[in-house]
Design a protein around this ligand. Sequence first.
Ligand code: SF4
Length: 339
Amino acid sequence: MRPFRYTRPDSPQAAIEAFAAAGAGARYIAGGTTLYDLMKLSIESPPHLIDVTAIRGLDAIETGGERLRFGAMAPMSAVATDRTVLRDYPVLAESLSKAASQQLRNMATVGGNLFQRTRCLYFRNGAGGTSAGTTYPCNKREPGAGCAAIDGLDRGQAVLGQSASCTAVSPGDWPVALVALDAHVEILGATGTRSLPVADLYRLPGSTPHLEFTLAPGEIVTAIVVPKTRAGRRSTYHKIRDRESYAFALASAAVAIDMDGDVVRQARIALGGVATRPWRAAAAEAALAGQRLTAESALAAGRAALTGATPGRHNRFKIDLAARTVADALMIAAQRTAA
Ligand code: SF4
């Protein structure tokens, strides 16, 4: 790890000013569960860290009124165990409780979790290289270097949204659930505040996979806002992985459905583990609208969710796995009692 400067402002405005004064390459840090890890691997070497953990008032969880609002500094574990979230929006609670370990969920914040970076094996073999001394080319780590994953071990890579420059999967669970529920983030920057759909925080890799997020330099997410929906109670986050805890998704589905009897009024579906950003499955939602929910229609929707999927050499299995994950999630959600 390289030396870095460290500042701990006590208000959002002071954080913005500290970032501007720190110059190029500065990074905000909260729980630190991703960034410190990447710094120790020499994948990131920010010259200046702006620690936002001394800022008060950014960790509130508000569940009354017409929306849910989570301060960006709220710990993942606090939101995952909030009684209203558990009862009315199980998809949100489950996406958090199935991520990482309890210790990490206690440290990590719901705002910081939006900016988790990929677990691509080749990306994480950073400047320090492997024990054999190899450093793999990675366009995300070093623009223009090439992509070792494309001709390498691509079992865990994306089948949706990838490019000739990068096939890395977006690793988060929480952002997938938020995208399914049309959540927004509140953002503070040097020129004021703005609101942005969570889905629009994430870029496709295209030819610039090192540019992952759409925030401008110095902007900070202060809160996450989720509109209330009738579909909330009939929702689930279904995550399939190599082991049942402390593992990233091979495929996951965030699903919320509003039903009239056994007919789907509206379905909200997003995929994780298979795409380069949280992936809203509009074709699957359209396939279900007005249809009876059966095992067959659920699987048809799952297959529609994977429309356009393109496998690499070792990850073709993900297409069928993800379709069945969506189908299972729909059937699980349908069993839950509506509000
Ligand atoms: Fe790097 Fe992306 Fe290629 Fe992985 S898939 S090695 S993150 S460029």
